[in-house]
Design a protein around this ligand. Structure first.
Ligand code: ASP
Ligand code: MG
Length: 424
């Protein structure tokens, strides 16, 4: 079984859906499970919709739901010539359910309500893609991943129950492979033992593909993207990017740990565990090579990779009583930071101070200050840039340091991380 994942950009309008269908015809004789994300920016829109529900802003809710409906209807109208297709009714049913939420009970558990609403984006996209494939004569089946991926109750960031999930996936898909070649299912969503819908965290569809591949012992996973593969830097921050042709699972995990966003960080582990190669390929140029992520580490050093994290804030805290930074106060510091859900991007300590960087946009500086002010002197430095270079050399360091001043540096044999700010 081949496992494919098509993200929101690959199904953002009717021509894009047609392109997906065209790619699938390249694998016509193969069994394939196709994981699809919500179309275009639908997930963001659904986030707005659930916020409007919470705020009981009916007017805004109606406006946004209409917008979401029209967006999907327009895609349907461009894909199908006849309005009597079942998928039109299915679209209406999903939206009736969504509209009914306005009158329904909105619980105190916002994360729960979020998952019930935001998951609908993937339901809509897969209904449409599957209907279109069937229209083209493909023997395809719509699979409800809410019934197969079993999770805990951590709404919006649910954890997979692997044993149960494997059981459910095998029992459902196994028998169907006798009659069908193509299975279309939703990324990003799962369910609790009680049957409530959960989501796996934003951009979680890659992870869904890995879950299915793991459970079905897939031959490979292909993530189809609007870039030619994994690049050695984000073109937004870097000219002359180079494609990584082949890298190891370990390297892919390192890159995503430092902030590379091409694949969802949870995707690699299940694939590595079952030795299932991961391909990242362009849906605009499906015959091109792309990137292969696999076991061997022999190619990792060939191209240096650059990861940029902009808008960092560096805090330095020093115990007021002049005590050393040792395990006890470290555990106090980490406990405080984890309580507010802070995600540290870089940290370092000296005898009397502990420094840590955070994404400025996700940080309330006064909240951090209040956390530590009783026991520590707190200082901070804003508008910094954190650059990580894997497989660095002097030339690559000089390249990123042009017109920058170094604030802090960490170096291992493979990786250098430099926190810097504009010279000025
Ligand atoms: N539709 C979800 C999101 O936009 C999941 C995904 O695209 O992977 O976050
Ligand atoms: Mg997406």
């Amino acid at each position: 079984m081949l496992v494919f994942k098509f993200g929101g950009a690959s199904v953002k309008d009717a021509p894009a859906v047609k392109n997906v269908a065209k790619i699938l015809t390249l694998f016509a004789s193969r069994k394939k499970l196709v994981v699809v994300s919500a179309m275009g920016k639908t997930t963001n829109l659904l986030e707005e919709i659930v916020k409007a529900l919470k705020e009981k802003n009916e007017q805004k809710f109606d406006m946004l739901v209409d917008q979401c409906y029209d967006f999907h209807l327009e895609i349907l109208n461009k894909l199908f010539t006849e309005k009597h297709y079942k998928v039109y009714q299915q679209l209406d049913t999903v939206f009736e359910k969504l509209r009914a939420k306005k009158e329904g009970f909105f619980s105190d558990n916002f994360h729960f309500e979020y998952d019930q609403v935001v998951s609908l984006g993937e339901i809509l996209s897969t209904l449409i893609v599957e209907a279109y494939l069937r229209e083209l004569g493909e023997k395809s089946v719509w699979i409800d991943s809410r019934k197969l991926i079993r999770t805990d109750h951590a709404y919006r960031d649910a954890n997979v129950d692997w044993k149960k999930t494997e059981e459910l996936i095998k029992a459902e898909i196994g028998p169907l492979t006798a009659h069908s070649d193509t299975f279309i299912t939703q990324g990003f969503i799962g369910h609790t033992a009680e049957g409530f819908t959960t989501t796996l965290g934003r951009e979680g569809s890659d992870y869904t593909a890995a879950i299915f591949a793991y459970c079905l012992k897939g031959e490979s996973v292909t993530i189809w993207k609007d870039v030619p593969g994994m690049l050695n830097a984000d073109p937004k921050w870097f000219d002359n990017t180079v494609k990584l042709d082949k890298i190891s699972f370990k390297e892919a995990i390192e890159l995503s740990y430092y902030g590379a966003t091409v694949i969802h960080p949870k995707t690699i582990k299940p694939l590595q565990n079952k030795h299932i190669p991961l391909y990242v390929k362009s849906f605009l140029d499906p015959q091109a090579e792309g990137t292969t992520i696999q076991e061997s580490m022999e190619y990792d050093h060939l191209v240096p990779s650059f990861i940029f994290k902009m808008q960092q804030v560096l805090f330095s805290i020093t115990p007021k009583d002049f005590s050393f930074i040792v395990e006890e106060n470290l555990s106090d510091i980490f406990e405080k930071l984890s309580r507010i859900g802070a995600k540290i991007t870089l940290m370092q300590n000296s005898a009397l101070s502990f420094s840590f960087a955070l994404d400025q946009s996700k940080t309330d500086i006064s909240e951090i200050y209040d956390l530590f002010k009783n026991d520590y002197e707190v200082r901070y430095n804003e508008n910094l840039e954190l650059v990580t270079i894997r497989h660095y050399n002097q030339e690559t360091i000089e390249r990123v340091m042009v017109n920058k001043e170094q604030i802090l540096e960490q170096k291992t044999r493979q990786t250098i991380r430099i926190l810097m700010k504009d010279k000025g």
